[in-house]
Design a protein around this ligand. Structure first.
Ligand SMILES: Cc1ncc(COP(=O)(O)O)c(C=O)c1O
Length: 401
């Protein structure tokens, strides 16, 4: 018999969101009439905008013609799309050939582990998007799970708390994962904080993996949307980004990763070249229909529609946050991020998750699922239809965490 991968065996109860779904299904089985509102997993709910729909239709139809048909393309993505991303999201401060188009930020995060390999050490914000820790464990970058502190031995956890304004004391590791706007806390790092992060990485010869999947949800012009707004970041940082949330592409699938040419490994070799090697080996390019459509959608109208979609979800965030504040909850985030991080004083976060599910029939996400420092919080996602958001707000009245 084949031995099970010992690193997979190290993973705890499973990936967070399947575990939440399991508990939700258990509740529904016992309460089949309950009308559940899901503000748990940050899944988009609103239909695609009209420019995207038209562009996708046109690109699909073109594939049905001899002139418009194409098969495999460049693994790095279509040049015109890389150029559009450079223009629309980076004001051309990033050259197109440092942008690698992909099927999403989550997938790239997993493939990055393959590039770093099992000998690398990592540091993560605690709490954080579970993919960083889980993919590191699978890659063999950690030792066993330690039940005493709810951490994997060998991984550096950097607690982000209300006390430190959700910007952690930085810890040295080969790779430092940093997500801003943050999932789950909704915190957004300032220019000064990111400058500190870049300097820390330089001093410690670390590489930052900066997750900017929610960059477009920032409306405060003083807050950086990209790590490359910080001088010298191109020598220390990779940035992963996504069309998923701002464009409603969660099911369409498109993202990108920036790997600057200035970024080098210890031996002086190019990180970009290794990333190119990984992508050409285990990835065969994002769908050409999606890429072509997105090239044609990334115009003034498409960007305007994207901003409208973001504004819709951010209005949800405002409604949730204002309501919870008025009920006396302590909330964080929700201003430049689509997540509201809510303090629980009387119960731990899984208890709060169950209490909200059983009393208000709302699915949230327990903070502890994002790391031990997330205990004592639950996350509310602003991704939802307006009617559901208003109903959820109403149901939260009178609850006490
Ligand atoms: C922080 C963060 N990064 C990446 C992703 C995944 O992005 P994608 O849909 O592009 O794989 C998510 C999705 O929820 C996320 O919260």
């Amino acid at each position: 018999m084949v031995q099970r991968n010992k690193n997979i065996a190290k993973l705890q109860a499973g990936y967070l969101f399947p575990e939440i779904n399991r508990r939700k299904s258990e509740f529904i089985a016992k309460n089949p009439d309950a009308k559940i509102i899901s503000l748990g997993i940050g899944n988009t709910t609103e239909p695609l905008q009209s420019t995207a729909v038209k562009a996708l239709k046109d690109a699909s139809e073109a594939m049905g013609t001899a002139e418009g048909y194409s098969g495999y393309g460049d693994e790095q993505g279509m040049t015109a799309l890389r150029e559009k991303i450079a223009e629309k999201f980076y004001n051309n401060i990033i050259p197109a050939d440092e942008i690698f188009v992909s099927d999403g930020a989550k997938c790239d995060t997993g493939r990055l582990q393959m590039m770093f390999g099992s000998d690398s050490t990592i540091a993560v914000q605690d709490p954080s998007y579970p993919v960083y820790v889980d993919s590191a464990v699978i890659m063999g970058q950690s030792q066993l799970y330690n039940k005493d502190n709810d951490q994997f031995n060998g991984i550096e956890y950097m607690p982000c708390t209300a006390e430190n304004g959700f910007f952690p004391e930085l810890k040295a590791a080969d790779v430092i994962y940093f997500c801003s706007p943050n999932n789950p806390t909704g915190a957004v790092a300032t220019k000064e904080q990111l400058t500190k992060l870049v300097k820390f990485a330089k001093d410690n010869k670390s590489i930052i993996v900066f997750d900017a999947a929610y960059a477009e949800f920032i409306s405060d012009p003083d807050l950086p949307k990209s790590i490359y707004e910080i001088e010298g970041a191109d020598e220390v940082a990779i940035e992963v980004c996504s069309f998923s949330k701002p464009f409603g592409y969660t099911g369409v699938r498109l993202g990108w990763t920036v790997v600057p040419k200035a970024l080098k490994f210890e031996d002086g070799s190019s990180v970009r070249d290794d990333w190119n090697r990984i992508m050409t080996t285990v990835f065969n390019g994002a769908s050409n229909i999606i890429q072509t459509a997105t090239i044609n959608m990334l115009n003034d109208e498409g960007m305007k529609e994207m901003r409208e979609l973001v504004a819709f979800y951010m209005e949800n965030a405002r409604l949730i946050k204002n309501a919870l504040d008025s009920y006396g909850f302590t909330t964080y985030g929700g201003d430049n991020a689509p997540y509201i991080w809510v303090k629980t004083d009387k119960m731990d976060s899984w208890e709060a998750f169950s209490y909200i599910l059983e009393t208000a029939h709302i699915v949230t996400t327990p903070g502890a699922g994002f790391g031990p420092a997330g205990d004592g919080y639950v996350r509310f996602s602003a991704f939802g239809g307006r009617e559901n958001i208003l109903e959820a707000i109403d149901r939260m009245k009178g609850l006490s965490l």
